[in-house]
Write a protein that binds this ligand. Structure first.
Ligand SMILES: Nc1nc2c(ncn2[C@@H]2O[C@H](COP(=O)(O)OP(=O)(O)O)[C@@H](O)[C@H]2O)c(=O)[nH]1
Ligand SMILES: [Mg+2]
Length: 315
């Protein structure tokens, strides 16, 4: 449900009293693809909202998640990685990521501690430097970095922008995540709750379901079917008597030859996707899930701006 619809139904929603000194605001997580933005968002939230993988263009939606405590509410804006666009989808994703940097209180630029700072990071940093809000630099994946790597990365990060602070953390192991949350909270202005207590993301359930399925495709096929797939939800219905959600979803591929790869020998590959997706969907939805997956070919959907919007990506 989007926020407008929520407030129409719950006029008092979010108006729960906030104590004096309550801080609130928006933090955008930016950085080149694979820097660890979505993983950090999940670690901050303490649960899975964003999908992650080591494939570029994993995150196609800009969306927000709200972390609310007694004394602050941090609205985290996850963004598709900013990168040189290769197609219409890439362009749409860049616009989406750049827009996320305006109108936030804090920009946190994530830099992979294990990879030398390259042109991709420079490109993002140039956009961060132009922002007028507070700026934090986050070195990620310190569980994988050697002390030497960390030290030289710290030195290199210092030169990227005029940071208000630089921190290092591992979102995977949780080290430094609480300290980062505290740092962001301190950087926020005094303000009201923007999200109601019982709403922690502005993604619709349908989009989240489609994304959770797409993640399993990215994880199961790796390079065989690059990032050229999309997932559409045809039907989703809750059967109260059985406490069961029936979901009918379609995996769209660009070429007929990719259909066979997705389905796999005797349907084994797609069955595995279904098993993994169902597990995640059951914990997301809090009920049993019946999942029907099929595969369809839709040529060149990534080049067609209208198709991209139909899939719910971009703005
Ligand atoms: N070892 C390790 N891997 C991480 C960490 N954070 C993210 N990753 C991995 O890095 C890859 C990209 O992460 P993701 O959050 O999708 O990056 P994004 O493109 O910036 O959103 C995934 O395979 C993650 O599992 C971390 O703290 N430690
Ligand atoms: Mg991401």
């Amino acid at each position: 449900m989007d926020l407008d619809a929520y407030f129409a139904e719950n006029p008092m929603g979010g108006a729960s009293s906030t104590p004096p000194g309550f801080r609130s605001g928006f933090v955008a997580l930016v950085g080149r693809p694979n820097a660890g933005k979505s993983t950090l968002l999940n670690a901050m939230m303490g649960k899975k909202i964003a999908i992650t993988s080591d494939t570029a263009q994993t995150t196609r939606h800009r969306f927000r998640a709200a972390l609310t405590t007694e004394d602050h509410q941090i609205v985290i804006v996850d963004t598709p990685g900013i990168h040189k666009p290769h197609d219409a989808l890439g362009e749409e994703l860049n616009i989406s990521a750049e827009n996320a940097m305006t109108d936030v209180d804090v920009v946190a630029m994530l830099v992979d501690a294990t990879k030398p700072i390259g042109r991709g990071d420079e490109w993002v940093a140039a956009r961060v430097r132009a922002a007028t809000c507070k700026k934090l630099c986050v070195l990620t994946k310190i569980d994988k970095a050697t002390p030497d790597q960390l030290q030289s990365q710290m030195a290199a990060a210092r030169t990227l922008a005029a940071w208000d602070a630089i921190v290092a953390l591992s979102a995977q192991e949780g080290n430094g995540v609480d300290a980062f949350i505290e740092l962001v909270a301190e950087s926020l202005p005094l303000g009201p709750k923007w999200f109601p207590d019982d709403m922690d993301t502005d993604l619709t359930e349908e989009v989240m379901v489609a994304e959770f399925i797409r993640e399993k495709v990215l994880l199961n096929y790796r390079d065989e079917v690059p990032h050229s797939i999309g997932v559409g939800i045809e039907q989703m219905e809750y059967v109260r008597k059985k406490d069961l959600m029936r979901i009918f979803a379609v995996i769209y591929v660009e070429r007929d030859s990719q259909k066979g790869i997705i389905i796999g020998n005797k349907g084994r590959a797609i069955r595995q996707v279904g098993i993994e997706a169902r597990q995640d969907l059951e914990s997301l939805l809090g009920c049993r899930v019946f999942l029907d997956l099929s595969v369809k070919c839709k040529k060149d959907w990534r080049r067609d701006a209208q198709q991209i919007r139909r899939f719910g990506y971009g703005e």
